[in-house]
Design a protein around this ligand. Structure first.
Ligand code: IFM
Length: 458
C-alpha cells in the first residue's frame, strides 16, 4: 500500500474565515451507553445487536463510551481541543421511549438540555442531529420507516426538541446519512433493522426524506431563527475505464448514491433516468410529497469519506453497476480510499449543480489500527496525515470560492462502529473501553494545535 504523502503543505487556520465552524461529530448510540437509564426506550440498534452474527465482535452500544454519564469530561475534551462547534445526535427513544405520545420523557430531554448548556458554557455551539439511526423499536414494530406514520412521528419529535432546546440551539440537522438508514438498513440488511429488499429500501428512503421536509417545517414553526439542514453521505464517482458503458454506469450509480437525495431536496424530484430502473420497486409517492421534501434548507451537510470507482456489469442489481476495488491506492483500515482531492471534486460538483448557500463538511475521518505505546501515547500518524490533508483540501474549497462554512472531524472519541462493533477506531481521542480512560491521540493533538495555537498567534 502506498504510504501517506506527508510532503503536502500543512493547512493553516488563517486560510479559513474567522467565523468558520470547527468541530467534531459524534452520535448518540455510538457513544452514550446508558441504554436503560432514565426511561430510555429500546431502539432498533439495541434489538439488532442482540441478533446473533450481526455485530462483528458480538458487542452493542449498551455501554459504549458511557458518555451519558461522562458527558462533562467529554465536553472538557472538546473545549480543550479548541472546538467552536460540536455535532451530536439526539436519541429519539430517550425523548419518546415508545416513539410518540402525548408527553415526552422529561429525564431524556433534560440530558440534552444539560448537554447544550454545558457546550454553551464552554463557548461551543451545539449542532444537534435529530436522527442518527436509532429509531424507537416501538415504531419499528409498527413498520418503521416503511410505514408512512413514522413521518408524522418524526415531525412531532422534532417539534418537541425545537420547543425545548430552541432558545439555545440555532443549527439543526434533521437526518444523518439517509442513504445508510435506507439502503444499509433496508436493502443490504447489514444495519438495523436488518431488512433486505429494494422495495423496502426505496419506500423507507422516501419516508425518511419526507420526514426531513416535515421536521424542517416543524422546527421553523418552533424556533424563530432556526437554521435547518441535512447531512448526506456523498461520494464522487469515477469510471473504471474510458468506455462509454462505464461512463453510463457511473451516471446510474451516482443517480442513486448522490442524486436520489440531492435532486428531490433541491426541488427536482427523483432522477427521471433512474426511477424507471426500479420498476415495481419504486416508492409510493403521494401528491405534495416532493414539494415538502424540497422545503428550502439553510445548509447542506456533506459527510465525505471516499470516492467510488464504478464499472458496468449487466444485471448487477437494477443499476447494472458495480463498485470496483482499485489497486495501488492509499487506504484506511476499513479499506476506504484516501483521496483528499475527491473532497474538492465533490464540493465543486455540488456547488455547481445545486448551489447550496452554505455547505458544512459534517463528517470526515479515518479508521486505523491504533497502537498504544508503553508510555500510553497513541502515535496515529496516518490519521494525523489524513486529517491534515483533508483540512488542506477544505482550505482549497474555500480558496476556490465554494460556500464551505465549517468542518467537523469524525470523531471526538473511539466508539461503537455499528456492525463493526468496537473493532474499528475513528477517534481523535483513544478510549480504553475497559477503564473508559480517554487519551488524546497525535491526530487530536495536531487538531488542537491547529485550532488553538494558530488562533493564539493571530
Ligand atoms: O461511524 C460512522 C457514522 O455513524 C456515520 N458516518 C460514517 C462513520 C464512520 O463509518
Amino acid at each position: 500500500m502506498p504510504t501517506t504523502n506527508d510532503a503536502s503543505p500543512l493547512p493553516r487556520r488563517e486560510q479559513f474565515p474567522a467565523d468558520f465552524r470547527w468541530g467534531c461529530a459524534t452520535s448518540a448510540y455510538q457513544i452514550e451507553g446508558g441504554v436503560e437509564l432514565e426511561g430510555r426506550g429500546e431502539s432498533i440498534w439495541d434489538r439488532f445487536c442482540q441478533m446473533p452474527g450481526r455485530i462483528r465482535d458480538g458487542s452493542s452500544g449498551a455501554v459504549a463510551c458511557d458518555h451519558y454519564q461522562r458527558w462533562r469530561e467529554d465536553l472538557d475534551l472538546a473545549a480543550d481541543l479548541g472546538l467552536n462547534s460540536y455535532r451530536f445526535s439526539i436519541a429519539w427513544p430517550r425523548v419518546f421511549p415508545q416513539g410518540r405520545g402525548a408527553v415526552p420523557n422529561s429525564a431524556g430531554l433534560d440530558f440534552y438540555s444539560r448537554l447544550v448548556d454545558g457546550l454553551l458554557e464552554r463557548g461551543i455551539e451545539p449542532w444537534p442531529t435529530l436522527y442518527h439511526w436509532d429509531l424507537p423499536q416501538a415504531l419499528q414494530d409498527r413498520g418503521g420507516w416503511k410505514h408512512r406514520d413514522t413521518v408524522a412521528a418524526f415531525a412531532e419529535y422534532a417539534a418537541v426538541l425545537g420547543r425545548v432546546l430552541g432558545d439555545r440551539v440555532r443549527n439543526w440537522t434533521t437526518h444523518n446519512e439517509p442513504w445508510c438508514s435506507a439502503f444499509l438498513g433496508h436493502r443490504e440488511g447489514v444495519h438495523a433493522p436488518g431488512v433486505q429488499g429494494w422495495k423496502s429500501a426505496l419506500q423507507a428512503c422516501h419516508h425518511i426524506l419526507l420526514s426531513h421536509g416535515k421536521a424542517t417545517a416543524a422546527l421553523r414553526a418552533e424556533v424563530q431563527d432556526a437554521r435547518v439542514g441535512i447531512a448526506l453521505s456523498l461520494h464522487p464517482c469515477q469510471p473504471a475505464t474510458a468506455s462509454s458503458q462505464d461512463a453510463q454506469a457511473v451516471q446510474r450509480h451516482d443517480g442513486l448514491r448522490n442524486r436520489w437525495f440531492l435532486d428531490p431536496l433541491y426541488g427536482r424530484g427523483y432522477p427521471s433516468d433512474i426511477w424507471p430502473l426500479f420498476g415495481k420497486n419504486a416508492p409510493m409517492v403521494r401528491h405534495n410529497d416532493l414539494q415538502l421534501i424540497a422545503a428550502p434548507i439553510d445548509f447542506l451537510g456533506i459527510n465525505y469519506y471516499f470516492p467510488e470507482t464504478i464499472k458496468h456489469v449487466a444485471g448487477e442489481g437494477p443499476l447494472s453497476a458495480q463498485v470496483v476495488h482499485v489497486e495501488d491506492v492509499e487506504r484506511t483500515a476499513t479499506d476506504w480510499e484516501v483521496c483528499p482531492q475527491g473532497m474538492v471534486r465533490l464540493l465543486e460538483r455540488v456547488h455547481r449543480d445545486y448551489a447550496p448557500a452554505n455547505i458544512y463538511l459534517t463528517e470526515n475521518g479515518a479508521c486505523y489500527d491504533d497502537e498504544v505505546a508503553a508510555n500510553g501515547t497513541i502515535l496515529d500518524l496516518q490519521r494525523r496525515s489524513y486529517l491534515q490533508r483533508h483540512v488542506a483540501a477544505a482550505s482549497e474549497c474555500v480558496a476556490r470560492g465554494m460556500p464551505l462554512r465549517g468542518y467537523f472531524a469524525w470523531t471526538l472519541l473511539d466508539n461503537f462502529e455499528w456492525a463493526e462493533g468496537y473493532t474499528r477506531r475513528f477517534g481523535l481521542t483513544h478510549v480504553d473501553f475497559k477503564t473508559q480512560r480517554r487519551t488524546l491521540k497525535a491526530s487530536g493533538n495536531w487538531y488542537r494545535d491547529f485550532l488553538r495555537l494558530q488562533l493564539d498567534e493571530q
